[in-house]
Ligand binder design. Sequence first.
Ligand code: GUN
Length: 300
Amino acid sequence: MDSSTLSAASKSVDKIIDGKAIAQTVKNELAVEVAEASQGKSRKPGLAVVLVGENPASKAYVKSKIAACKAVGIESFLIEMAADVAAEAVAETVKKLNQDQAVDGILVQLPLPNHISSATILALIDPAKDVDGLTAVNAGLLMQGASGLFPCTPLGVMRLLEQHKVSLKGKQAVVVGRSHLVGKPLAMMLLQKDATVTICHSKTANLPEVCRQADILVAACGQAEMVKGDWVKPGAVVIDVGINRVESADGKGRLVGDVAYDQAFANASLITPVPGGVGPMTVAMLLSNTLRSYIVSMKQ
Ligand code: GUN
């Protein structure tokens, strides 16, 4: 490889936002903070995870959350319930966890089976233990620009942007997706940092054109490779929140994001890969929220 090819190759690697490495840095910092915060205390921070049913993706996510807790010194409590459990039993479990002194964070893994209303269950979580940031209290605090516990994936996206010193002030940010878990809270966080934010969704007219206005383009729509390369303005920062399993030519499954990565790569100045972009950050920020909740609880 001659020197010009080499520099072109390293330049294109520089475009990739390495979420796995940044999440590891965050977890290393958290391990130190957990040790400091719990020194001389009667207990360590604790996260309770409620897993209902056998959804394989949910099981895999929960497994990685529990392993990450262990790696940074956070205690975890896994409550597994059968897919046909009564909604009342899940509600009682959450209420018990609200009262449990060893638990700083409660995470009810979503989606819940169809016969259980996630809105009803999530509303029962004590906002002080709501490490997913999904209660109305925490959503309201985010909307007000106050401090609270906020959803982990948007927090992770903001951390990636911060790590890469992406300036947001006065920039056009377009968020494709309006979920409670990602799109809406992320839009609020970007707004808080003085970006001009557009939230798009399945009914948005001229979606490609709106995306082409974006200095920061976030895809969180849950549709495999929906955002095409020519929707990306040259020089834009592209954040792909999607994780979709698709069948590849050899019949094996592979993971792709909500962005057509190879096409978008050419136009982007920075881009997150899937896997290894936003995903690992979600878990890191969950640990961070649990530690924050612990620190507040130990002060009381
Ligand atoms: N399912 C997929 N992502 C998440 C998440 O961040 N939190 C919860 N509770 N469930 C999820």
